[in-house]
Design a protein around this ligand. Structure first.
Ligand SMILES: [Fe+2]
Length: 385
């Protein structure tokens, strides 16, 4: 704790129920005349951008809507949107959607002011010129992308999800309106909710965790553990939706500081090779990686159990820590996430190949609380089959 610790929290975050009606005010503060709205067809058809589009049309001179963002966008998808952004030269980019949409909006902001393909910026700190300012409105809870410096894309050649990590990726404003998450169906709510929970637990137990990231990670764990089951069972429960929205934001802030670990590293090849959605990949692997990790930090895992509302009084530290693993398994099962890789169509013979790919994700494996080698990664995939 005597080592220097970075506290990085540059995004202005507006949270509430119905707070997205302040968007035009925020656009006006940026003096934006030309605005590019990035979304996807599902979000648009659900009517979530209707009022937003009407407001933006009133407040800016030129509005262009790009709703062609696919789930799990590729390098080609990002470059296509980048070309559109270069042509339009927007003063601001507004993203309304799940993690894929928000990451694409960030990518468009980068490419509008930087040459080449998004691939040229894979890695940390490689973006040279500041992005076009972005305003991000999540419709899931969620990736937390609205508060992180990461934009993740599928590299089809390498069959891996790869990230552009840059301080220029931080949104100028995040508008987190729980109302926008109301129409997310239970399956999506469950997968994205467990993704947010994974951000919190991985940050909390990361070797880069600090007193600062712990504040956000702990509160995220507490809120998500108490509300995820409710929003899956009762999608219209606004209070629980708000809890989840905050849990997602806090998880994103925590991961920006402390980073995610082996769950995300092992999930990336599932997205890359099998196109399994990010939330489902993480949720599927979370219990198995926690089983492996818990020994590395009994105290922190014992705290996770406490934050999840588990009775741990009278238990030893090891028993308390194991209680967290059990509570996480129960949470994932209760919200109906598939519990084995076979359930999502992956053959057990794929484990060695998946392990080869995951061991390349050293950026995230370095954060994992327990050191992990390639054979241990393969063993986790095998247990998850
Ligand atoms: Fe994630």
């Amino acid at each position: 704790m005597l080592e220097p610790q970075t506290f990085y929290l540059p995004v202005r975050v507006i949270t509430g129920i119905g707070c997205s009606d302040c968007l035009s005010e925020e656009v006006a503060k940026l003096n934006a005349r030309k605005v590019l709205l990035v979304t996807d067809k599902g979000v648009r058809e659900a009517g979530l951008t209707e009022e937003i589009e009407a407001d933006l049309k009133k407040c800016c001179g030129e509005l262009s809507v790009y709703d062609d963002v696919p789930p799990e966008p590729t390098v080609r998808d990002a470059d296509k949107l980048g070309d559109a952004a270069r042509e339009m030269k927007p003063d601001a980019i507004v993203g309304v959607g799940g993690g894929s949409v928000l990451d694409m909006a960030k990518g468009a902001g980068v490419l509008a002011n930087n040459p080449g393909s998004i691939k040229d910026y894979f890695g940390t700190g490689l973006v040279k010129n500041p992005s076009v300012p972005t305003i991000l409105l999540p419709t899931t809870a969620g990736t937390g992308s609205e508060v992180t410096p990461n934009a993740i894309f599928l590299d089809e050649e390498e069959k891996l999800k790869v990230g552009v990590v840059s301080p220029y990726n931080f949104a100028r404003v995040a508008i987190v309106d729980a109302k926008l998450t109301l129409s997310a169906p239970p399956r999506l709510t469950a997968a994205t909710g467990v993704d947010a929970f994974t951000h919190a637990v991985e940050s909390y137990t990361s070797v880069r965790a600090s007193i600062h990231s712990d504040l956000f990670a702990a509160e995220s764990i507490r809120r998500i553990a108490r509300s995820l089951r409710t929003v899956v069972a009762n999608p219209g429960d606004l209070e629980a939706r708000y809890d989840m929205a905050l849990g997602s934001v806090y998880g994103g802030i925590a991961l920006s500081m402390a980073g995610t670990g082996a769950v995300h590293a092992l999930a990336y090849p599932l997205g890359g090779t099998y196109r399994i959605p990010h939330g489902v990949s993480n949720a599927l692997l979370l219990p198995y990686v926690m089983e492996f990790n818990y020994l590395a930090n009994l105290e922190k895992f014992c705290n996770v159990a406490r934050l999840m509302g588990e009775p741990i009084e009278g238990l030893s530290l090891r028993e308390g820590a194991w209680r967290a693993v059990e509570a996480i398994k129960a949470l994932v099962e209760d919200v109906g996430i598939p519990t084995s890789l076979r359930d999502v169509g992956i053959d057990p013979s794929a484990a060695p190949e998946l392990a080869d790919a995951a061991s390349q994700v050293t950026r995230l494996l370095a954060n994992n609380p327990r050191r992990i080698c390639r054979d241990e990664i393969q063993a986790i995939y095998e247990r998850a089959m």
